[in-house]
Ligand binder design. Structure first.
Ligand SMILES: Cc1cc2nc3c(=O)[nH]c(=O)nc-3n(C[C@H](O)[C@H](O)[C@H](O)COP(=O)(O)OP(=O)(O)OC[C@H]3O[C@@H](n4cnc5c(N)ncnc54)[C@H](O)[C@@H]3O)c2cc1C
Length: 364
């Protein structure tokens, strides 16, 4: 009888964890290693939440992967009897004269059979009166997408992997000799060597350092700050019961995730700017926020999602300046923050994890 191939997967983030699980389910013997653990705070997958979407613009492979990943999230959530994908819907706001991203997405969403609606500005205003749609002409709404519990889902994948007989070890792979051909084992941080038949390196922003010749600057980690805001006590208009995830491409790409009403991650309401930040070392970089970015995000939040104090006020106009000052103070109540590193390479994102593992297998 042919023995099982032994595959070592290095990195237990969204991509490595799912790859290891799928390989195991396909009959391989799998050892999974991670320097700091699945969903650790240095990793790209280590945030509280991440957006799961199908809209990625024209001519890209991610929408098809998202369609497959949506099915896999459903399958594994049922199997594990746990929810990680919160299907709040994702709303893309398209400005009148700069909507190539959204226009291009319509075709790819249709081809991938991801459900979506095209909404006019009046339809959006009626449905989400807590959002100020100034400058927005139309939108795409993906009702079956939403946000993921990022860190928690990475940890659950590794729990499922070990429960199914996979071997997980918290060890760092050392860069020594990794680019030798053939690769005869890898050196790990406890001084031992690990030998396998095949190796999968899913080390996200660390890949360039581990493989300076093969990868090098193709992966350039940068720093981006993300912010969590508190809303007025008892006001759930900005919670995931009433607000979708949204993406806003006007000028720069900012996005938001509503606050969770249930579950572990009640961190408040998240807003982030997807613009690539300065170069960053994912191991030793200082994870302090940039005050400029905080100021910009507050201004953006105040204008796009004003916490209106007067329910009778027209939703089409901003509140008068004195009301606006009150709004500002409320936004300043409890900002929380996270800083993360991200590679310049666009990998499509964490939501594609289940489908990414599948791709890795078929490619191998
Ligand atoms: C701020 C921010 C916001 C984002 N928002 C979204 C979003 O809303 N939606 C979305 O889909 N995507 C989003 N992304 C992208 C998404 O998070 C990433 O695409 C995804 O998490 C990448 O996963 P990964 O497994 O490739 O990398 P990582 O999660 O970084 O995993 C790599 C793993 O490798 C381990 N490792 C590194 N070096 C070694 C070594 N030498 N030995 C052993 N282990 C090692 C690390 O500890 C880590 O756990 C965001 C990313 C960032 C940074």
């Amino acid at each position: 009888m042919k023995s099982k191939p032994h595959i070592a997967v290095i990195g237990a983030g969204a991509f490595g964890g799912w790859t290891a699980l799928h390989l195991l389910e396909r009959g391989a013997r799998v050892t999974l290693l991670d320097a700091w653990g699945p969903g650790n705070s240095r990793s790209s997958s280590g945030g509280e939440t991440r957006v799961m979407r199908g809209t990625y613009g024209p001519d890209q492979p991610y929408t098809q992967m998202a369609a497959r990943a949506l099915k896999l999230w459903q399958k594994y959530e049922r199997r594990w009897k746990r929810q990680f994908l919160h299907r709040t819907g994702v709303l893309w706001m398209a400005p009148a004269h700069d909507d190539a991203f959204e226009r291009g997405s319509v075709k790819t969403l249709r081809a991938a059979k991801i459900k979506f609606q095209e909404l006019s500005s009046p339809q959006m205003k009626k449905r989400w009166p807590q959002i100020d749609f100034e400058g927005i002409e139309w939108g795409i709404f993906e009702p079956e997408c939403g946000y993921l519990d990022a860190r928690a889902s990475c940890q659950a994948v590794v729990e499922a992997f070990t429960a199914a007989g996979g071997k997980y070890r918290q060890l760092a792979v050392l860069p020594d000799g990794l680019e030798d051909t053939p690769l005869r084992g890898i050196a790990v941080s406890d001084g031992s060597r690990l030998k396998a038949d095949r190796y999968v390196f899913a080390c996200g922003p660390w890949l360039g350092k581990l493989f300076p010749q093969a990868v090098g600057n193709l992966v350039q980690p940068t720093k981006q700050d993300i912010f969590f805001f508190g809303t007025p006590p008892g006001d759930d208009r900005f919670s995931d019961r009433h607000l979708p995830v949204w993406g806003d491409h006007r000028g720069r790409f900012r996005y938001g995730i509503p606050g969770a009403l249930t579950g572990d991650a009640r961190r408040g309401f998240k807003i982030a700017d997807d613009t690539r930040g300065p170069a960053f070392d994912p191991t030793s970089g200082e994870r302090a926020i940039d005050p400029e970015t905080l100021r910009d995000i507050r201004e953006y939040g105040d204008s796009r999602l004003p916490v209106r104090t007067n329910a009778r006020q027209s939703f089409h106009h901003r509140p008068p300046s004195n009301a606006r000052k009150r709004v500002d103070r409320r936004w300043r109540l409890r900002p929380r923050l996270q800083a993360r590193s991200r590679s310049r390479r666009d990998d499509g994102g964490i939501g594609l994890g289940p489908a990414r593992g599948r791709c890795d297998i078929s490619a191998g």
